[in-house]
Design a protein around this ligand. Structure first.
Ligand code: GLN
Length: 179
């Protein structure tokens, strides 16, 4: 929320199903994807978010949020059901224990300078379907990709003092089918 506010965007925490009607784009943040997945069901948020995806609302998933937006999750819990908003297969905690958290500068398609990125028990994208563009990799692992409406990052762009990835998200336009 601070990252978006610093770009002049009004933000709102979504905690109840009806809150989704109050926003025109959605960030699913980091945390724990198994817990987020369960809470989506407990709070009755899954259907409203699925409807918003179908209606073309732009969404940005960071770390656990990327896992929640994926089509397929590897090394997840059996009862962890992702939203399937973007045709990617994601592996949880994919950097292993020794380097489970680290910072590195990554090259991002379209950026003039590297982006300083913070990885915390991060997932990677193992494969992308048609229509998903890869924007950045680390050691050949996909860590930033997206479609016209859905942007996903393995890392936490909000923890860097660099707002270019949030700007990328804000430049994504809702699709025409949105009511
Ligand atoms: N490892 C967490 C998960 O699988 C994600 C960690 C994060 O969001 N920083 O959900």
């Amino acid at each position: 929320m601070e990252a978006l506010s610093s770009l002049g965007v009004e933000t709102l925490e979504i905690r109840k199903s009806e809150d989704i009607d109050k926003v025109d784009r959605l960030v699913i943040p980091g945390g724990e994807s198994t817990a987020i997945s369960m809470l989506l069901d407990w709070n009755g948020m899954r259907d409203p978010i699925q409807k918003a995806i179908a209606a073309g609302m732009p969404m940005f998933g960071t770390c656990a949020g990327m896992i929640v937006l994926a089509r397929e999750v590897l090394d997840g819990r059996e009862d962890q059901t992702p939203l399937g908003a973007i045709d990617i297969t994601v592996r949880r905690n994919a950097f292993g224990r020794q380097v489970d958290s680290f910072e590195t500068n990554i090259e991002v398609v379209g950026f003039d300078d590297p982006f300083p990125s913070v990885f915390i028990r991060a997932p990677i994208v193992e494969s992308v379907g048609e229509g998903v563009e890869v924007f950045a990799t680390v050691d050949d692992k996909i860590v930033l990709c997206g479609t016209e409406l859905i942007l996903v990052a393995s890392f936490h762009p909000e923890l860097s003092n660099d707002r270019r990835i949030h700007e990328m998200f804000l430049s994504m336009e809702a699709s025409g089918t949105q009511g």
